[in-house]
Design a protein around this ligand. Structure first.
Ligand SMILES: NC(=O)C1=CN([C@@H]2O[C@H](COP(=O)(O)OP(=O)(O)OC[C@H]3O[C@@H](n4cnc5c(N)ncnc54)[C@H](OP(=O)(O)O)[C@@H]3O)[C@@H](O)[C@H]2O)C=CC1
Ligand SMILES: CCCCCCCCCCCCCCCC(=O)[C@@H](N)CO
Length: 325
């Protein structure tokens, strides 16, 4: 009896250890560190919200920072704010990411970039039945096609960089890019699209030592969210409240840490970790510890996900029952 329990104890410890060992051998791409100090970090949407917080932090960490957005006035305001806080001057580029020629001119002017953060994004919530196709197109154009434009324009010089240290392309998705949320048909589609782009792109540029990160923030306190809240269907707010809200600077910190550690998936809060494990799919994974968590908890996290859906559909049913009265 004692021998049997000793045996099962050994098996209990040995199996996870063997699994960890196996995973540490097979996870791909291999782990990498991406330094920011003295490197050129280019941030789209860098004049407001998460992008502005990223620019602040990257400048404070000793990077050379460039920001791109449409409004020259907001860019100038951001530049002054960063100078006041850090004493550092960032370069500004006024362009619309939907305009490939404008983006290409910015790329030429900016010179080679080591860390490209494609963060610009627009969000107009609303049920598809009530939304104009023009708004749908707007979100797909800025969030998805705009990201393609940025990468197409900046990638050639990144590949040809003479600094042989590892480089990074980070894309700002959203937790609504991991799970579809009521009121976000177009927005979720644009953010899910970034995932396909990122997974395929990582395979294409790994040989250039360029590493892709996909960031998934929850609701984040930014000027963009203040605007969004004016239009949000109540059910969007109810369902989005399943994940806690964050400050722009907290998301910026998670994002830069994710970039520096070369993480492909970058969750930002606890719910974000659950979502990352629940939607791990066939994404690349560099961390054998995270890979271990994914393998071991897949079933139970799926169960948790089904409970969330149960809860969300209950809210939707309740909402319809109330509005019929
Ligand atoms: N806030 C949130 O709750 C969340 C946000 N996100 C994502 O994070 C990113 C940043 O969001 P947030 O900080 O809230 O956004 P803000 O609305 O506060 O800022 C958006 C930034 O993008 C720029 N931008 C918008 N459209 C374009 C365009 N066509 N071309 C170039 N620049 C553009 C804006 O400048 P200008 O208008 O002058 O062009 C601004 O600098 C987005 O991708 C968003 O989807 C993800 C999850 C949650
Ligand atoms: C396995 C269990 C997982 C449980 C966690 C589920 C939480 C889902 C919440 C989704 C929130 C979406 C917020 C989108 C924010 C956003 O992008 C807009 N503000 C526009 O910018």
């Amino acid at each position: 009896m004692a021998a049997l329990s000793l045996l099962s104890l050994v098996a209990l410890l040995l199996l996870p250890a063997l699994l960890l060992l196996l995973l540490s051998l097979i996870v791909r791409p291999r782990p990498v560190r991406i330094p920011l100090k003295n490197r050129h970090v280019f941030i789209t949407g860098g004049s407001s919200g998460i992008g502005l917080a990223l620019a602040h932090r990257a400048a404070a960490e000793g990077a050379r920072v460039s920001i791109l957005a449409r409004s020259q006035a907001k860019l100038e305001e951001a530049k002054q704010a960063i100078r006041l806080a850090t004493g550092i001057d960032v370069a500004t580029f006024s362009a619309d990411v939907r305009d490939f020629d404008a983006v290409r001119r910015a790329a030429e002017e900016a010179g080679p970039v080591d860390v490209l953060v494609v963060n610009q994004g627009v969000f107009v919530p609303g049920e598809l039945a009530k939304q104009e196709l023009e708004e749908v197109r707007f979100m797909i154009d800025v969030n998805l096609i705009g990201s393609f434009n940025m990468i197409k324009a900046f990638l050639p010089a990144m590949k040809a960089r003479t600094d042989r240290r590892p480089a990074s392309i980070a894309l700002m998705s959203s937790q609504a890019g991991q799970v579809g949320i009521y009121g976000y048909t177009a927005y979720s589609a644009s953010k899910f699209g970034l995932r396909g782009l990122a997974e395929a792109l990582q395979q294409e540029i790994i040989a250039d030592d360029i590493h892709v990160s996909l960031v998934f923030p929850p609701d984040t306190d930014t000027p963009g969210l203040v605007e969004e809240n004016k239009k949000r269907p109540p059910l969007t707010s109810i369902i989005a409240a399943s994940s806690g809200a964050m400050k722009a600077d907290e998301v910026a910190e998670k994002t830069l840490n994710g970039i520096k550690s070369g993480s492909f998936i970058v969750p930002c809060n606890f719910e974000g970790y659950l979502l990352a494990v629940a939607t791990a799919g066939l994404s690349p994974q560099r961390s054998y510890v995270m890979a271990f968590v994914e393998v071991v908890s897949a079933g139970i996290v799926r169960l948790a996900g089904l409970f969330f859906q149960w809860n969300w559909y209950s809210s939707i049913e309740k909402w319809h029952a109330q509005s019929k009265q």
